[in-house]
Design a protein around this ligand. Structure first.
Ligand code: NCD
Ligand code: ZN
Length: 339
């Protein structure tokens, strides 16, 4: 029985921080408790130039209000990135994020075709330069099958670019796990919501738009397969919250946006989950060590003391006109972060 637990150097390897007031609202919620986070570039318009990247990084640092937090930057994949451009930007980024056209929030400028020959010049340059590729792996097929339908594309990328590290972002189905294990150059991030929710939590009872995200949470057996992988801290998986804040009004409406806001509750929920299965000894691997090995980075040490004490999740988080509802709003978790 643990009554406290130290998380060492937590990393969130998939995070949306947005911009302006939303950035000011959400950045401190991550920077306080995480050593570093991999920042997604799907702003509107997306981050595609060195100048925009560096400016965005400055805005993040300023909004973070914490010297002891490192934003790990990414740029938004474009088929026309030249070798020279990638070489010039290499030291400023940790990865390039690829969105197929139109599959999720702000992906309207994503790639129109996932044909390997069309992607080859850019991916070959990245492979040569040692820049990892993060992918939102979904098609535009039937909602429950979109990730599964994308697997042959992951497979052809893995085969065609054997030295390119490919991150299967936010995997949500058991079929993805089989592919992940098959190729040495495939890795994956996993969110909290895909470990704790199924489609029933979105629309099995009353409709809950705050549990709606892409890829959609799936069946109990998918959730359980992901959970096994994570609890055993499989070395090819790492934590990426995919915390994706949207204004309350843009979630609680028709045409509601996809995205679950989980950043402020991530460490508490994961500690509770790992404790439940007697796997706390593996938590630091999932939250930190695996990612450092996969990305070949050395994160700055940051110790977060978790204590076994109830934490009632705020109903919402607010700043100026922004209001965001977190995952498990107003529910109580059994672990808190010592303040
Ligand atoms: C993300 C967002 O809102 O930016 N939404 C989501 O449902 N996960 C984009 C993404 O990662 O797909
Ligand atoms: Zn995301």
């Amino acid at each position: 029985m643990y009554s406290e637990f130290i998380i060492e150097t937590p990393l969130d390897m998939h995070l949306h921080l947005r911009d302006e007031d939303m950035l000011k609202l959400v950045a401190p919620l991550t920077s306080k408790n995480f050593s570093a986070a991999l920042i997604m570039p799907n702003l509107n318009p997306p981050i595609t130039t060195k100048k925009d990247l560096l400016n965005y990084k400055e805005r993040i640092k300023k909004a973070s209000k914490n010297e002891n937090f490192e934003p790990l930057m990414t740029i938004f994949f474009q088929v026309d990135y030249s070798y020279e451009f990638l070489k010039e930007i290499k030291d400023e980024i940790i990865a390039v994020k690829l969105y197929p056209f139109g599959v999720t929030t702000n992906s309207e400028t994503g790639v129109a075709s996932m044909d390997v020959e069309i992607l080859r010049p850019t991916l070959q340059s990245m492979e040569k330069l040692g820049i990892p590729l993060c992918v939102h792996g979904e098609t535009k097929g039937f909602i429950m099958d979109r990730e599964k339908e994308f697997l042959p594309i992951y497979e052809s990328l893995a085969i065609n670019f054997p030295k390119l590290k490919i991150m299967m972002e936010h995997i949500s189905s058991k079929e993805s796990i089989d592919l992940l294990k098959k190729y040495d150059n495939l890795y994956a991030t996993i969110t909290i919501h895909h470990l704790l929710l199924t489609l029933d939590d979105v629309l099995g009872g009353m409709l809950n738009p705050h549990n709606f995200c892409k890829p959609i949470v799936k069946r109990p057996d998918d959730r359980d397969a992901l959970l096994q992988l994570v609890l055993n801290a499989h070395p090819k998986v790492m934590f990426g919250s995919d915390s994706a804040p949207h204004q309350k009004e843009n979630k609680e409406c028709h045409h509601g946006s996809a995205g679950v806001f989980s950043a402020p509750i991530a460490l508490q929920a994961l500690t509770q989950l790992f404790e439940k299965y007697n796997k706390l000894d593996n938590l630091n691997k999932f939250l930190s060590l695996n990612a450092q090995k996969i990305y070949n980075i050395k994160a700055k040490k940051k110790l977060i003391k978790m204590i076994k004490k109830d934490f009632t999740i705020p109903k919402s988080y607010k700043y100026n006109n922004e209001e965001v509802i977190p995952l498990f709003s107003n529910e109580t978790l059994s672990w808190s972060i010592e303040s």
